[in-house]
Design a protein around this ligand. Sequence first.
Ligand code: PEP
Ligand code: MG
Length: 585
Amino acid sequence: MEAIKGIGAGPGIAIGKAVLVGESQERIAFRTIEPHLIPAELERVERALEASRADIKRLRTRMASRAGEEAARIFDFHLGLLSDASLVQPILEDLKREGVVAEYAVAENFRKFADMLRANQVDTIAEKASDVVDLQRRVLGHLGENVSARITAARGPVVIIAHHLTPSQTAELHKARIGGFAMDVGGLTGHTSILARALGIPAVVGCGRATSDIEEGDTVILDGDGGVVIVRPDDGLLERYQFLARETEERARVLRSTATQESVTRDGMAIQLLGNIEFPDEIPLVLSNGGEGIGLYRTEFLYLTSEVPPTEEDQLDSYKRAIELCDGRPLVIRTLDLGADKYTQEHLDEAERNPFLGLRSIRFCLANPIIFKTQLRALLRASAFGPIKIMLPLVCHVMEIRETRMMINDLCEELDEESIPFDRNIALGMMVETPAAALMARAFANEARFFSIGTNDLIQYTLAVDRGNERVAPLYNAANPAVLTLIKNIIRTARHVGIEASVCGEIAGQPLFTPLLVGMGVRTLSMSPGQIPAVKRVVRGLEIDHCESLARRVGSFDSDRQVLSCLRDELRRIDPEALARSEGG
Ligand code: PEP
Ligand code: MG
């Protein structure tokens, strides 16, 4: 028996057999497969090599047209290598003779080949080692594409163990109805974790060594509340967790049964609770959990789950479906927030060095006007079918809103010419999720019709902590006074100017923060559908006066420890059970 500690990213308990998918490209564990699976594994390698050759040929053609035939010749070395018997043969032999998994055979033989080149006395040959490493990544990347196929094939009470799952692979987990998943890497507000919560899948991320310590077929208990994965448990522990799983399910059922209650404080202040969704199909879940509409529809998932970019009609269909399901309730649709961890860097010829500071979100959209206009046109057309608001992600400059508005104006003229109806008064708002936007909230309030505070990104950019990196996870803290000061500034400014400032980052769904946010003046919270009942229960125990004095007290602290302890005391007073759940108890 072994317990692997990680970060609880999706609540609930899953018990099942381990299925290992994907591998860390840096550290691929030695694993063998059953002899009857060898032919399929050989085919997998052949396909990955062929796909890599096709990539290189495409790159070569592009380079030839941009920089001439001479420059393009550098790719001939890569192409030759992918067909070179001294590299390819040992890979196939290892598979046939030793029955190792494809990833291991590829990684090992590419590494040996690179080492051999590196040892060469002639510099120009030694330098080629980095090309070999690059090619290795490409081939492993193509092998990794099978992750989705393995996930789809896994059914029943299984727990997926992966080095890293992309958001689109996580979406596959839902379809396959697996029990839960654990990853070596990742943090609480990485998009894979957010998706786990949205889909109601128990998950533990940032485990560090799950893929090396867990063997295929091991019995595994995954405790998404406590953030721990127990491998090969003894019978006593297994029974205890089976009991706990039933109890957790019962607790969730009782919470859900209060969904129809009003979301008002004890002294009568209405707090609007909305849902965050990735797919329109999640809307019924938001409503059945007691949500009053959708405060954040992350449209990029339409891109992430499909091989080809969605057309204007595809997008229009999705938006129309969301409008229909919302049936007149609020619906805030965010424009594409692609980039960083939501746009697999393998799509790029050269991965960005700092993707979270790179061409993502509104920047990506403005740099790709065809993609952006397609979405904006679909949104405008959808607005004729019911009330929607458009929200822009990661805004840092007022020019980003102005440019978008100009595009929208052009599209409105176009639609008028084509006699296509749309809502002329459609609201254009923005996420406030960068320190730049938070500090300049006053200027942005003149440009945007509403604000939604994206604390997930606001925390990472304010504290300089990557939200998806388990190594710095303890530093990623919403209770940091710098973050809270920015949130306070945004809310105060919005109130002053008379526009709404809601919160749609993960803290909106954490009962620990509900009294504070309400005390700061927030009246709309948007969260993962599963969190709505627990937050509503806390709301119903609040008194505005008390929340406001709590906010003042918290505002005087200079450390997150003081803030957290004060918030815990408050939640213990209002809803001790919610506190126990938030602490994984
Ligand atoms: C946020 O950053 O807080 C947010 C809600 O957006 P996302 O998690 O999609 O980046
Ligand atoms: Mg964000």
